[in-house]
Design a binder for this molecule. Sequence first.
Ligand SMILES: [Zn+2]
Length: 282
Amino acid sequence: MMGNLKLGNLDITSITEIESFSIPLDTLFPDFNIKLLEKMNPIDPVIMSNGLVHLTIRSWLIKKSGNFILIDSCIGAEKNRSNHSSWYKRSGRKWLTALSKNGLKPEDIDVVICTHLHADHVGWNTRLENGSWVPTFPNARYICGRIEYEYWEHLTNTSDKHGAFSDSVLPIVKAGKMILVEDNYEIVNGLTVEIGPGHTPGHLCLNAKEGAIFCGDIIHSPLQLSYPNISSVFCEDPVLARTTRKKILSKAAETGQYLIPAHFRDPGWIRIRETKLGYKQI
Ligand SMILES: [Zn+2]
């Protein structure tokens, strides 16, 4: 297990669903090659080993001024995700246990932020009750970028390949609990949304005035610190994703803010500085 990151009155904890989810390097990053890797040696085996890149699937729990805020909601329980065996109809015990270790029940969560609407970020939005998907967090307002929502709404019939929009997003909208937001929306005092497009069209980053940028899937692995130009196979617009990634990395290096992506291994937060080869963890 891991600790918390405390920044002023912001308390940040990982609610981890899968510690190590591994994807072959050439699948995740088609533009990576062995020559680029050689310049990075040695590579921490926690990040990559035997040609597999290891990612963590987690939510971030923020405690701030009496509010409990969840950033992203992982894969969820009982979801019919047949394209990854480890995502298929999970029991959900691990994630709920991690939440309860923080003294919390789903009804204690005040805000759920969806950085974007991919299946590994919205799963716990809903749970199965008597055959229907209902909000897991009955007292929460859910936040999603308007651009993001409208993109997936239009594509649902053809591209909702995981089924996540139907079983984890629409039930929230039907329950009247989804708030669609624009750029610069303030969620609570000092925690503000910033649209960072590319991975998905309306991907949200969150700026915390205490000194952190929650940047979702703007960057997937520390391998991209050295090569910020390289986008993942999951980026809907790899060129725009690159522009956004470079902007966020440059900002984090300049300001010294913590960079807190969704999928880095524990502890999951880093600070960076610029080097001859991209960026390096401080
Ligand atoms: Zn993701």
